[in-house]
Design a protein around this ligand. Structure first.
Ligand code: ZN
Length: 196
């Protein structure tokens, strides 16, 4: 009997979401990153510097919420601290997507929150707030993002950088047929349009 690869479902979801992000021009090349929380509390995350469509299933990395790698040969995203910090601070979520989509990056560079200009913003909260600037990959950025999200907001801009969107678990999403092939963060998929 062939052993089932660990975290198959989450690994497939993370990679498929990355491929989709590129196809929808929400990011380019290896930019952005995606993660999903596993049943045992770890985090499957896209690898650093490898095209989303060029990764074997068992190479895809998984880490603990403390950042220790527990699966996969590839190095986890350089933004892993941001993902693990948000999972640690938001027990209600199961997926995270970060992109450098042009529209949200514009707001992020202007450091302007996206106001409740459309009903779609309601997926994120009352608005999409802006986290303070900190270098990509830093613990400071991770903490700033979690502060901006607070306990209930599901998306925030990262000043001068991009956007972070969070959503509930893959299991809960899979009960909704219309979203069964969507992504971590799918509850914020269209709010704003540049967020998956
Ligand atoms: Zn980034």
């Amino acid at each position: 009997m062939v052993n089932e690869p660990r975290y198959r479902s989450e690994r497939e979801t993370v990679t498929d979401t990355g491929v989709d992000m590129v196809a929808q021009e929400l990011t380019k090349g290896t930019g952005g990153n995606v993660s999903a929380r596993t049943d045992d509390g770890n985090v499957v995350i896209s690898p650093s510097g490898v095209p989303y469509d060029d990764i074997d299933l068992e190479e895809r990395p998984a880490v603990t919420v403390n950042g220790e790698q527990v699966a996969g040969d590839l190095s986890p995203s350089s933004e892993t601290p941001m993902h693990t910090t948000v999972y640690a601070g938001r027990a209600d979520i199961g997926g995270i997507v970060h992109t450098h989509s042009p529209y949200t990056s514009t707001f992020a560079s202007l450091r302007e929150p996206i106001p409740a200009s459309s009903y779609l913003i309601a997926y994120a909260g009352h608005e999409v707030p802006v986290a303070g600037y900190a270098p990509p990959g830093s613990e400071e950025l991770a903490n700033d993002a979690l502060d901006a999200l607070g306990e209930t907001t599901n998306a925030c801009l990262l000043a001068n950088h991009g956007v972070l969107a969070i959503g509930d678990s893959e299991k809960r999403r899979s009960k909704t047929p219309s979203s069964s092939n969507t992504v971590p963060g799918s509850t914020t998929r269209q709010a704003p349009s540049a967020i998956r």
